[in-house]
Write a protein that binds this ligand. Structure first.
Ligand SMILES: Nc1ncnc2c1ncn2[C@@H]1O[C@H](COP(=O)(O)OP(=O)(O)OP(=O)(O)O)[C@@H](O)[C@H]1O
Ligand SMILES: [Mg+2]
Length: 267
């Protein structure tokens, strides 16, 4: 068997962090962050937000990032999702140092590998569910003849096929959030970032969203979820707790909560 085929088989099966082939260690971390710092500067003031973070996230993990308001959760998420750049430190994505990537390469990774779900949905108003979900495909290299299928599959995955022609402003909050998830999924990204995806929803719709995220994680998608609520975070497999721009704790979830069809997400 050729080494490449062997690698591919192992990569399909692997869930832990490292793989040894011919005594060579291949690091399976999808994200590696070393001494990552971020500060915002304007004429009068420098705001130091992230003070030197170190952690790794492997393929297939489901990580919740918790912490008080202002602790730097969204800032970190934007950097990890290629929406912003760190001020210093190292950030490796799929074993590539992002400092070495051009802006075009960064945009390409963002369009291909990353799906983003925002708390405020960020849907185009007066635009159909179909067209909102299709939007990321306009920037992708996936063949145009397949776009219709990708859009319909993503809308079906979040249970909104019956609303596919509705305008986004004709939807409930939970439906809007599901459209945002479909839009994040349509490119078949390897990693999905969700910033407070259940924060604006009632507990029943929050439960639907968390169920979709757990199902996606079962399908090997890496999920990184920001939440204020401990109960919500306990649906993840690991919790990174941030405080004042530092990692205060980083631990596995023991007694992880699994949500079932129709169950509510308690607050
Ligand atoms: N563009 C910016 N310029 C200056 N300061 C900023 C900027 N963006 C964020 N900050 C500051 O960085 C800190 C962290 O913000 P961030 O949005 O990451 O917090 P958060 O943990 O996501 O909070 P929340 O739970 O309220 O969403 C805050 O003190 C915020 O005021
Ligand atoms: Mg935030």
């Amino acid at each position: 068997m050729s080494t490449i085929i062997y690698y591919e088989i192992c990569l399909d099966r692997i869930t832990n962090e490292e793989l040894s082939v011919n005594n060579k260690i291949i690091n399976m971390a999808l994200i590696q962050v070393k001494n990552l710092k971020k500060q915002y500067e304007n004429e009068e003031i420098i705001t130091k937000v992230l003070h030197g973070l170190d952690f790794e996230i492997s393929k297939g993990e489901f990580v919740a990032i918790m912490g008080p308001s202002g602790s730097g959760k969204s800032t970190l998420m934007h950097i990890l999702g290629f929406l912003d750049k760190p001020s210093s430190g190292e950030f490796m994505f799929a074993n590539k140092n992002i400092q070495d990537l051009t802006d075009d390469e960064m945009a390409e990774t963002r369009n291909f590998d990353i799906g983003f779900i925002f708390q405020s949905f960020n849907l185009l108003p007066r635009t159909s569910v179909y067209d909102n979900v299709k939007l990321p495909l306009l920037y992708s290299k996936l063949p145009a003849v397949e776009h219709d299928k990708y859009v319909r599959d993503a809308v079906e995955a979040v249970g909104l096929t019956h609303r596919i022609s509705n305008l986004s402003n004709q939807l409930s909050g939970g439906e809007k959030q599901r459209v945002a998830i479909a839009r994040a999924l349509v490119n078949n990204p390897s990693i999905i970032f969700a910033d407070e995806p259940t924060g604006n929803l009632d507990s029943k719709t929050g439960g639907q969203i968390m169920k979709i995220l757990q199902d996606l994680n079962e399908m090997e998608k890496t999920i990184i979820l920001v939440t204020h609520e401990k109960y919500t975070a306990e649906h993840a497999k690991r919790i990174i707790y941030m405080k004042d721009g530092n990692i205060h704790s980083d631990s596995k979830v023991t007694n992880r909560l699994i949500i079932h069809e129709g169950e509510e997400l308690a607050k």
